[in-house]
Design a protein around this ligand. Structure first.
Ligand code: TYD
Length: 216
């Protein structure tokens, strides 16, 4: 089963994924965790280009192609082989991040982005996508921790509002794939919500589809 976690910065995705993997492994499932952009040696090199502060001339189209290039590599090198082995893949961000950030956030054409995503992922869609939904101010405050709110943060907040609304729109369009969790709760409560959603999905898959591999 291919599961992706989506949401804004500060929503706690990476902390939650680590805990989820540990609990599922304790139950005997074989689990792989990965993150975007990155997740493979080539993808990690691409990530460096994306995050390096001095790469200020990076054009938005170049940026998208780099996100997609890292994702294509991840699909072929990690996700497809793991699915073949019947493992659970927990991925921190995937194609919906491109639609939310580059599409809704930066205003690039959604239909064109979808076609590019299909090419990059070889049409591989997650079985389940969980949105860790959080209001923008809380997310940015968490990220900046002790800093005061300033003018630039207001500007940044408008972008993140569009990203959040975009995520909620994507979830509305495909309710069978998406679940939404309130990420303003405590870490433990968010974890319980996520765990319950994933157990439900595994239970459903067991009844309808091929079995997920258990080790030991
Ligand atoms: P990262 O440091 O991994 O942040 P986080 O912990 O929030 O996931 O950086 C990922 C950043 O890249 C984040 O701001 C979202 C953005 N992003 C896109 O804009 N498009 C994409 O397709 C992906 C995968 C990420």
């Amino acid at each position: 089963m291919f599961i992706t976690l989506e949401g804004p910065e500060g929503s706690g995705k990476s902390t939650q994924i680590k805990r989820l993997a540990k609990r599922l492994e304790e139950m005997g499932y074989s689990v792989i965790t990965t993150r975007e952009p990155g997740g493979t040696p080539i993808g990690d090199q691409i990530r460096q280009v994306l995050v390096r502060m001095e790469n200020k001339e990076l054009h938005p189209r170049t940026e998208i192609l780099l996100f997609l290039a890292a994702r294509a590599q991840l699909v072929e090198q990690v996700i497809k082989p793991a699915l073949q082995d019947g493992k659970i893949i927990l991925c921190d961000r995937y194609g919906d991040s491109t639609l939310a950030y580059q599409g809704y956030g930066h205003g690039l054409d959604l239909e064109q982005l979808r076609r590019m995503l299909d090419f990059a992922t070889d049409h591989l869609q997650p079985d389940l996508t969980i949105l860790l939904d959080l209001d923008v101010k809380t997310g940015l405050m968490r990220k900046k921790a002790e800093d005061e709110w300033n003018r630039l943060d207001d500007y940044e907040a408008l972008f993140h509002e569009r990203v959040r609304d975009g995520y909620l729109q994507l979830a509305r369009e495909e309710p069978e794939r998406w679940r939404i969790v309130d990420a303003s709760q405590t870490i433990d409560s968010v974890q319980e919500d996520l765990f319950r959603i994933i157990l439900d999905a595994l239970e459903n898959q067991k009844m309808t589809d091929q079995p997920i591999k258990r080790i030991g």
